[in-house]
Design a protein around this ligand. Sequence first.
Ligand code: NOJ
Length: 583
Amino acid sequence: MDSDVLSPADAASGASAAGSPGASPALPRHQAPTDRPDAGHEWWRTAVIYQVYVRSFADADGDGTGDLAGVRARLPYLAALGVDALWFNPWYPSPLADGGYDVADYRAIHPMFGDLAEAEALIREAGELGIRTIIDIVPNHISHEHEWFQAALAAGPGSPERERFWFRPGRGEHGDQEPTDWVSSFQGSTWTRTTNPDGTPGEWYLHLFTPEQPDLNWNHPDVRAEHEDVLRFWFDRGVAGVRIDSAALPVKDEALPMLPVDPAPGQHPHVDRDEIHDIYRAWRAVADSYEQPRVLVGEVWLEDAARFARYLRPDEMHTAFNFDLMTQPWDAEAMRRSIRRTLAEHAPVGAPATWVLSNHDITRPVTRYGREDSGFAFDRKRFGTPTDLALGTRRARAAALLTAALPGCLYIYQGDELGLPEVELPREVIEDPMHFRSGGVDPGRDGCRVPLPWSGDGVSLGFGPDDAAEPWLPQPAAFAALAVERQEADASSMLALYRDALALRRDRDDLREGDLAWHELGADVIAFTRGGTVASITNLGGAPIALPDHRGVLLASSPLAAGMLPPDSTVWLAVEPAGDESA
Ligand code: NOJ
């Protein structure tokens, strides 16, 4: 038996507001879990974090859009699910050119979601249930409606207001060519030309995403001071941490060169530049200045493991999303390799791994795993892809148990605990700029953002009150059978599986914190023990496999037949303590 043991201790040990629009007033602090004297030390190392896409979670006022009152009303549901923290996608005022990742004002709440007092009440009430709050911060860009950008447009070329962004004349005799050849993360151009007050064409400005999301200039002291003040604004309101959007992108090469063919690490003009780490060191100092330190979670998409790990050094972020597993196909070898790679890359910096099966940008797992191409890639999404949802659901159940048994922090995207599929929406209701900027080829990301079904009937399946407006994206009829109310009454539902898994993970120190040891049970099987006393076995092959000796079955993603684990299933077993030949 393979005894490749990795201890979580190895894997895991491991300003001024000048120029900012409105410095935060001093506030009395709420007694959030973050501030309680008994607050769990380094809770983020093993936390289960539930992602709330507010617009689609629950609609209390019946206008067809989710809101904070809806989340407050459903806090008991989240407590019963057994999560430790909520991560909210951007909830700020925004024209929603990119689902709220175009922030117009960091110190307020979008009126369609509620107001600041409601956010404070939500943070407090979640805290009373032992649930922490993480919010989204988007440093790379702001909304074109933000007062800074409006001031920059009005002030004109050469003004100090424009220095907070990347305004440049165009290339060529008439300045009609883009200043660089950089390619947008959403495909296409990264520059938009402005118009002068007299109607003549003016300077261009940089946007790595849509034109409604101008990039900020992180060499400017206002930009740094403003973000540090925004962090304090929310930390003072009891927020336990921030999820940092597009965290490898904010720093640019000031010379704005053309794209080099093969840039040295840290030298790409706008991705993962070496200087970026100063920003997060400064943020870490802000986070650490609180009696109960706040937490930084990075959205860092980088293939180079060593470069990724640099963001997790002890004086930078606490954790970062690990997207590698989610990009793998349903294949034991590929997934095992990804898990090993992830654990190995985190070990040297002492940061815990995170396990992410999906989020608001990614095709839902039950759909992905029901397709021939079961790994995820943004550029492979197409309308009309054949999908076997029964197969995908079986595999998503197995993946849920597999990831919940791994060492580190677990993310659950709202609706995955219900097994919701990706929805293929009619083109006319799609709002996502990824769809439009692909020329309509990519269905975009709205298919995983469809409002949740809470009951099996009513105009929006319980998303809103009975007399509510239609939900902002249409729910398919198949959502009725997946509604929370239906699943709560069914012990074999996806929701029941998630609740049972999270309860076991919370109760059992071995499962949550024990050393991981790999076990060899065949090429199509991913098997490991935690703490030597609980085994997780996932069968990705085509035939049932015999269970090893064990003391009892703790949980299984599919019914076991005659002591055999069926294909596309995971089982958790209680086993003899390490040293015995049990797992
Ligand atoms: C990553 C976010 O998850 C995504 O939804 C957004 O479009 C981009 N960053 C740009 O902010």
